[in-house]
Write a protein that binds this ligand. Structure first.
Ligand code: FES
Length: 148
């Protein structure tokens, strides 16, 4: 085999190898709809009553939270009134990681890429672009009910 023939074949081989690397390493990183990597899908609107909480024994202090059926309910103020609680989907709208409530800042923060959401689920900081779904909270006696 001549040297030029050898180098020519080697060059073609490198192009094929590099093209393959490029396709693999860039897949899925340029916008579009992200694929959720975790979390429970948020219940759809109109699903009715999702779960109840006994306020005599749960969600006693500001910042206390509970996650049930893909929804996080958080006590954000004192008193057993609806406005003292917020309920939103727990899966971040970016890639589905479970969000946490930061009591000091009074916002939800995603631990994976740092998206921030208001108490009502509105996006305060990306990369998430869509708000969290908000759920209804009603209280009868000591029973708090979350519904969609
Ligand atoms: S999963 Fe990326 S910011 Fe939440």
């Amino acid at each position: 085999m001549e040297r030029n023939e050898f180098l020519s074949k080697l060059g073609i081989g490198l192009v094929v190898v590099c093209t393959g690397c490029s396709l693999v390493s860039c897949g899925g990183s340029k916008g579009g709809n992200p694929t959720p990597v975790g979390g429970t899908p948020a219940p759809a609107k109109g699903s009715g009553n999702l779960f109840s909480v006994d306020l005599a024994s749960e969600l006693i202090n500001i910042g206390d939270s509970k996650v049930v059926q893909g929804v996080i309910i958080v006590r954000i103020a004192n008193g057993d009134v609806e406005s003292a609680f917020t309920a939103v989907q727990v899966a971040c709208t970016h890639q589905g990681t479970a969000i946490n409530y930061n009591t000091g800042q009074g916002i939800f923060i995603c631990p994976l890429h740092g998206s921030e959401f208001s108490k009502n689920g509105q996006v305060l900081l990306g990369p998430a672009a869509l708000p969290l779904q908000k759920y209804n909270v009603t209280i009868t006696n000591n029973t708090l009910t979350v519904s969609a």
